[in-house]
Design a protein around this ligand. Structure first.
Ligand code: SF4
Ligand code: MG
Length: 326
């Protein structure tokens, strides 16, 4: 089936004083299919949140296309964007900051119905009550204020607010990172259930490999503004190809009994500044297996197996290392 959302060659450079730029997103292409969860994972500063904000049109891309149901929204005006915006809803990390403290929970959740002219009056109240129950809140909590809810309940409110306009796409940026570990699982499982029940397409942005593994059908790994590996969840987690993905996974504690412990790969140095990303493969300054070509040429996302692709010269199908290993 055609993707619900496709991002093509997305670039975002933020200008700084002195004529230099933060290269936040450096040529990202991905698609989200109907009813699928795509996990977008990487360390802070890798550009994953910027990708989400570009899709939400909170920033304009420097280059590239954002295609929603066949329409490129990258250059759309605010007015033309409004019906599209209904289709793409967001859940942010911080449910405290995104809920107006002076509005009742019911008014907050029902507000998008007013903004989009979908419902008012009793019809609106009925729809708010319905979505409260859908996210595991009680309809009689509609008259309470945000501070009367726990952190997990507040995130349920922001999920309800996103769902009430019946969107096709949800962008969830670190939706559980601000929550207690003890309640993260219940919010994650709620998202998974709603995603299935409503056939939502979900872009799940997170730095947490185990959470991403739990929720995603496919996973894209970002490093310094680029996707370095992408593929079906099980393929990527059981057979990571990019040295960066391998290092990230090696740091994840193995929870399943009997599962083989991965040898911990500790990367040298820090993530370089996105103002001056290293030439060639952005990862070469930290890569344990870098060779000369890595400093000269950026690797393409090469097919590993089916839809599993990795951007590494030494993992390319015709690479010397891949040949000798075969
Ligand atoms: Fe490492 Fe080179 Fe592969 Fe980049 S292209 S990940 S530097 S081996
Ligand atoms: Mg972020």
């Amino acid at each position: 089936p055609a993707p619900v959302l496709a991002v093509q060659g997305l670039v975002k450079r933020f200008p700084m004083r002195g004529g230099r730029f933060v290269n936040a997103v450096n040529g990202v292409s991905l698609e989200i299919r109907p009813g699928e969860t795509l996990g977008l994972v990487g360390e802070s500063g890798c550009g994953k949140s910027t990708v989400g904000k570009l899709i939400m049109k909170l920033h304009d891309p420097t280059e590239g296309a954002i295609v929603v149901r066949g329409q490129n929204i990258a250059g759309l005006s605010r007015r033309l964007m409004k019906p599209v915006r209904r289709q793409i809803q967001t859940i942010f990390q911080d449910p405290y900051g995104s809920l107006n403290p002076r509005m009742t929970a019911g008014a907050i959740v029902g507000e998008p119905l007013k903004i989009h002219g979908i419902a008012s009056g009793r019809d609106l109240t009925r729809r708010v009550a319905e979505v409260f129950e859908k996210v595991g809140l009680r309809a009689d909590q509609m008259t309470r204020f945000p501070h009367e809810f726990s952190g997990g309940q507040r995130q349920r409110l922001s999920i309800a607010r996103a769902l009430i306009v019946d969107p096709e796409i949800i962008i969830a940026d670190e939706p559980v990172s601000a929550l207690d570990v003890s309640i993260q699982a219940s919010v994650i499982n709620l998202l998974i259930r709603l995603q299935k029940e409503m056939g939502l397409s979900l872009l799940f942005i997170s730095h947490d490999m185990s959470v991403v593994e739990h929720v995603s059908h496919r996973v894209a790994v970002m490093y310094l503004g680029r996707i370095v590996e992408i593929g079906p969840r099980d393929m990527l987690f059981s057979n990571p190809q990019h040295p960066y993905t391998q290092a990230l996974l090696s740091a994840v504690p193995v929870a399943k009994p009997g599962a083989r412990r991965r040898e911990r790969i500790v990367l040298k140095g820090d993530v370089p500044s996105p103002v001056d990303p290293p030439p060639g493969c952005h990862f070469h300054t930290r890569c344990p297996i870098a060779e000369d070509i890595c400093r000269q040429k950026a690797p393409a996302l090469n097919t590993v197996d089916g839809e599993h692709r990795a951007a590494c010269h030494l993992r390319a199908p015709d690479a010397p290392a891949a040949r000798s290993a075969a």
